[in-house]
Design a protein around this ligand. Structure first.
Ligand code: SF4
Ligand code: SF4
Length: 465
């Protein structure tokens, strides 16, 4: 049968020691530690308010991040954070290449964890390869069952931790032990468990190669001053096996041991040049450095370097690392602007907001007294954690009278709004004026305790068009 596609080769990354492997362990422990433990951090906000430091409270429509409380109306702050994160990623990528992919991306971190489990249970690369390609024996079944069981436990903990960000963590954990968890929560956990198990256990490097859009477009952020993983062809070639005591004259320093290929989590040979699959994890650097140490040769045949720096070295010159350049300055400027806007929005965040919507039908009525009446729906956002009483006034209409209707503790134009809630009322404004063109009016809401105000400009209509 005609094969249209090459068969996917299973990758069995070999264990390696070195500086970058150590860095990967550290980032893995830190990122996983933060992810699993952050929902348990408490942050006192007062009675009746959740004390979870990081929480997305969907039923109450609030997001909490330590001292910041975000209302649905302030979702632009989340948008700003996402934009900032994206630009920060661009800056880091243009300076240091794919370090996000190699060290911090969840796909990399969980895959690394799963490979570690696989290695503990089934052995290093050669043993795993033998086990998978060999016949089904009791030992093979046992090892595979243990590996998949641990993977599933990790996936379940990962999914459970994700759900904790949307619920009070200690309460939800307790309800697990009491077998009292809602089907919705269980459904989420089941689907996230499955996706983690699938992505980190099976899809692995294929996610980076075929599914991740960032892998595709990030080369647009690279230039000749971006740090990439590079093989020093001038020093390494011509490659070939080397026996102890053989001369290094007329040949390169690469002994074709393939250690760099065997440790690569994406299964590529970096000696063929930078490839889209390379996630800049640096494990091939560690592997090659270890070989160079054994051979008594200088380290760095494979290294993090820039194209400009490598080319300058070949010519015998020295090129400085050019971290700050136009591209990174552009990104940094955009980051500064977006960050500045967000900071301004956060500093000037008010705890009181007034929104006014003019009635559509009827747009006005004329009362038997001759006065003109307009109706409005007002929404008052009381973002404080105390009940508040407000006074509503109108400017722009002589002798205007305000009547506030609706549920709640309303006394004439005095309006009470409960703590941390939105008060909605219907308001009539009556004015003894001659019919004419629409007039601009300003509704002012004043907190009776502290005098804090918010205004909203609307229209008063007194005749049909
Ligand atoms: S080539 Fe090296 S840096 Fe790139 S993914 Fe493979 S091991 Fe990591
Ligand atoms: S680890 Fe170094 S010496 Fe060995 S094949 Fe790779 S580049 Fe050559």
């Amino acid at each position: 049968m005609l094969e249209l596609f090459a068969k996917q080769e299973k990758v069995y990354p070999k264990r390696v020691w070195g500086k970058y492997r150590k860095l990967k362990w550290i980032t893995m422990i830190l990122t996983l530690g933060i992810y699993y433990l952050a929902p348990f951090i408490r942050w006192e906000r007062g009675p009746g308010i959740p004390d979870q430091a990081i929480l997305i409270d969907l039923p109450a429509r609030r997001a909490y991040w330590f001292w910041i409380e975000i209302w649905p109306q302030e979702v632009y702050l989340l948008t700003g954070i996402l934009i900032l994160a994206a630009i920060a990623l661009f800056v880091v990528t243009s300076m240091f290449g794919r370090v996000w992919c190699g060290y911090f991306c969840p796909q990399t971190v969980w895959t690394d964890l799963y490979v570690w489990v696989e290695r503990i249970v089934q052995g290093d690369r050669a043993a795993r390869k033998r086990l998978h390609e060999g016949p089904w024996t009791f030992d093979k079944v046992r090892k595979i069952i243990i590996t998949h069981f641990i993977w599933l436990v990790i996936a379940w903990c990962t999914a459970g931790s994700f759900v904790l960000y949307f619920n009070d963590a200690p309460t939800l954990v307790r309800s697990f032990f009491e077998f009292n968890v809602s089907p919705t929560v269980l459904g989420f956990i089941a689907s996230l468990t499955f996706s983690t198990y699938l992505m980190a256990g099976f899809s692995r490097e294929q996610v980076c190669t075929y599914m991740c859009p960032y892998a595709r477009f990030q080369s647009a952020m690279f230039d000749r001053d971006t740090l990439i993983i590079g093989y020093d062809t001038d020093r390494g070639e011509p490659r070939g096996k080397h026996k102890a005591g053989d001369s290094w004259e007329g040949r390169g320093h690469c002994v074709d041991c393939t250690a760099c290929v065997q440790v690569c989590p994406t299964g590529i040979d970096i000696r063929n040049g930078l490839q889209m699959q390379c996630i800049a994890c640096g494990l091939c650097v560690d592997a090659c450095n270890n070989i160079m140490d054994k051979l008594g040769l200088p380290r760095g045949l494979i290294r993090y370097d820039t194209v400009n720096h490598m080319e300058a070295e070949v010519k015998g010159g020295k090129e400085k690392f050019n971290i700050m350049r136009m591209r990174t300055l552009y990104y940094a400027t955009i980051m500064a602007i977006v960050g500045g806007i967000m900071l301004y929005a956060l500093i000037n965040r008010t705890e009181l907001e007034l929104h006014v919507l003019h009635d559509r039908a009827p747009v006005f009525v004329q009362l038997s007294s001759g006065e003109i009446r307009n109706g409005y729906t007002i929404k008052i956002l009381n973002k404080t954690h105390d009940n508040r009483t407000f006074t509503l006034d109108v400017d722009g209409l002589p002798n205007a009278q305000i009547e506030v209707k609706g549920a709640g503790d309303v006394d004439d134009k005095h309006i009470t709004v409960s703590a941390d809630s939105v008060g909605e009322y219907h308001v009539f404004i009556n004015a003894d004026i001659e019919p004419g063109a629409p007039r601009d009016i300003t509704l002012t809401l004043t907190d009776r305790d502290n005098g804090i105000k918010d205004e909203y400009t609307s229209t008063f209509i007194s005749q049909r068009k």
